[in-house]
Design a protein around this ligand. Sequence first.
Ligand code: ZN
Length: 277
Amino acid sequence: MTSTSTSSRIAPLESASKQPRRSIQKLLEPMDRIAANCTRILGTAHGQFEQDGQSYFLPRYLHIGRKGGGDMMRVGIFATIHGDEPEGALALVRFMELLAERPEVGEGYGIFIYPLCNPTGFEDNTRHARSGKDLNREFWRDSTESEVQTLESEIRSQAFDGIITLHSDDTSDGLYGFVRGAVLSEHLLKPALLEAGRFLPRNHRERIDGFEARHGIIHSGYPGMLQAAPDANRPPFEITLETPHLAPVHRQVDALVAALKTILTEYRYLQAIGQNI
Ligand SMILES: [Zn+2]
């Protein structure tokens, strides 16, 4: 899947001194290649929208894992909702490689990967979308932002068992995460932070980002952040992973991949135990 944006158009003179836009095509190229070479991964484009005469879409890669013991578990992974935090998307390239090379990692799962939730912000290297909005404060608030509407409709229609979002925080010197939704979220984040801790230190502060935290875990969140629908029948587990933005990128990538892998393994165990009771 390649970008449909006409990024080659001539920039207006007044913006000639600005940094050139980053390339969506370049970001998605390795993911498209993995999807093309793996029969279990399917790449599609969702929610096409227009901005300043250019067209954008939200890429989605769906990995259908080998059948496990029970029902297929559906997990949505979302990255780059803040355009200046592409580390999550880079981690998802590695994670998709892993899914393609080692089928046991994704066994029993349908994994819906949304690596680029804020394409205009990514191009501009800004937290906000080009509309000026912080998309991660717009969810389930009747937002008029196309990206948010598309993601809300995906979240609603796919009825995920788990929602994981990836962020990178330039005010934190260590890893931490938010948990919401199902009670077991914390039992997934704990081991995930432990495994990710092989690559980066954890943020052990008692307050992180204005929230009360315990060993890098926050039981709260911002209103309007990407999350399950408020009226969802069965709340999924919800985890937001935050890496320290100023750490070396390859370490952030390694930490996120380790955390994702751990969450899948732990959730599979918890489901298996639950089904045997
Ligand atoms: Zn963020």
